[in-house]
Design a protein around this ligand. Structure first.
Ligand code: UD1
Length: 419
């Protein structure tokens, strides 16, 4: 078993470069199944979710060649089976994108029930509603999802709730459908735009991604033969921005799209931090104890739920009493119990957490309950007095490449230790 050992009390200083977005990568990889040809993907984060996605694609018959640490070439001309390995597909959430892609390309697919972070109930009714309206039959039983369609026909689909996954999945299913599909009340996250840009580069006809209405004109085939570079990770950039504030440090975050970070920038300014926006890089620094804040997570362009735990660390040592309302997930405050072990004073009740800001945190052994909780605990360990040990690193490795090395370059005293 591995753990991270952090000797805390560091003000993070220096530069960090942001990798390609995890949530775009885990959708773009299955999207390659729509292509009857080859494509090259660059700026791919080298994380365990991406490695598993590649294993699944290989098992379906795709030929994958890594042509650099963050670039791959994929040949999806010869897809040999529609049974995705159940053990691998149940390991992470985004395996549900295989359904949209394979329905569109092959007319059938079987995957394991998607796993991923335990954030409370994670229904997929909106995905299924979309597939059925396009003409597919979907069966969910015995821990697996089976979907099939003789043909998919474009139609109007209104999403009852704003869902990132359902928007992308229905978009994937519509790319090769007959006629035009319109998705109404679509999610607007940057990685939705990125998946649409990828598909258009490969030959699809998708308009309106990034707004709440996406129109997909079905095409006969995606030929590929193109290269695509994945958008910088908005959540990774936000993680380092909040690490700068929490540690009273000064970090220049390079290779990001600052437009995607507006909600985080606004909150950092509100609590007394400083932000310098250079368009494709952003400098964040904070000289004093941040002020209290009230935050509600919302779909993009609102404050992202995936930065809520990292913001929780900032507020745990802010001046005064703060409040976070988590409006996306039922169970995303598990990290607050770990912060309380480190001396924080947080009371989580249902979807609201109340923070009484303390002067400082103190190192302790803590357990990461999910990916972003893990990132939050790393920040907490870096700012705490004494030594913090973080367990359950498999969650963190799902979404952050070389995380300890990158924090070390910013001055953190952090080691990965095998027990
Ligand atoms: C994606 C992200 C995840 C992020 C979340 C919200 C990926 C791989 N993961 O997850 O990191 O936290 O967006 O920004 O991109 N819902 C339904 N029915 C559905 C689908 C969703 O009720 O069919 C609900 C969910 O329970 C949740 C809300 O809609 O309350 C948003 O979920 P959704 O946007 O779909 O999240 P994911 O795509 O799973």
């Amino acid at each position: 078993m591995e753990k991270l050992v952090i000797k805390g009390g560091t003000k993070l200083k220096g530069e960090v470069t942001i990798n390609g977005a995890k949530n775009a990568a885990v959708a773009i990889l299955p999207a390659t199944l729509l292509i009857n040809g080859e494509c090259t993907i660059e700026n791919l984060p080298n994380i365990s979710d991406v490695q598993i996605s590649c294993e699944i694609l290989s098992a379906l018959g795709a030929k994958i060649e890594w042509i650099g640490k963050n670039s791959i070439k994929i040949d999806t001309r010869n897809i040999t089976t529609t049974n995705a390995p159940l053990d691998l597909t149940s390991k992470f959430r985004a395996s549900y994108y295989l359904i949209g892609s394979m329905l569109s390309r092959k007319g059938e697919i079987q995957v394991g029930m998607p796993g991923g972070c335990n954030l409370g109930a994670r229904p997929i009714d909106q995905h299924i509603k979309g597939f059925e309206l396009l003409g597919a039959t979907v069966d969910v039983s015995q821990g697996k999802i089976t979907a099939s369609a003789d043909k998919l026909v474009g139609t109007s689909i209104y999403m009852d709730i704003v869902s990132v996954g359902a928007t992308i999945n229905v978009m994937l299913a519509s790319v090769l459908a007959e006629g035009t599909t319109v998705i109404d009340n679509a999610a607007k996250e940057p990685h939705i735009v990125d998946v649409a840009n990828f598909l258009n580069t490969m030959g699809a006809d998708i308009r309106g991604a990034g707004t709440d209405m996406i129109k997909i004109n079905g095409v006969k085939e995606l030929k590929g033969n193109a290269t695509y570079s994945i958008v910088p990770d908005q959540i990774e950039a936000g993680t380092f921005m909040l690490a700068a504030v929490a540690s009273r440090g000064d970090i220049l975050i390079k290779n990001c799209i600052t437009k995607h970070l507006e909600s985080i920038t606004a909150k950092i300014l509100e609590i007394g931090g400083n932000v310098e926006d250079h368009g494709d890089s952003i400098r964040v620094w904070c000289n004093e104890r941040p002020n209290k804040a009230s935050i509600k997570t919302l779909p993009y362009p609102g404050f992202p739920t995936d930065l809520q735990p990292q913001m929780g660390v900032v507020l745990s040592t802010a001046n005064g009493n703060s409040r976070i309302v988590e409006s996306i997930w039922d169970s995303r405050f598990q990290y607050t119990e770990e912060l309380n072990k480190m001396g924080a004073n947080i009371m989580a009740q249902g979807k609201t957490a109340f923070f009484e800001g303390v002067d400082h945190l103190v190192g302790a052994p803590v357990y990461s309950s999910d990916l972003r909780a893990g990132a939050a605990l790393i920040i907490a360990g870096i700012i705490a007095e004494g030594t913090t040990e973080i367990y359950n690193l498999q969650h963190i490795d799902r979404g952050y490449e070389n995380i300890e090395e990158r924090f070390r370059k910013l001055g953190a005293n952090i080691e990965r230790v095998k027990e």
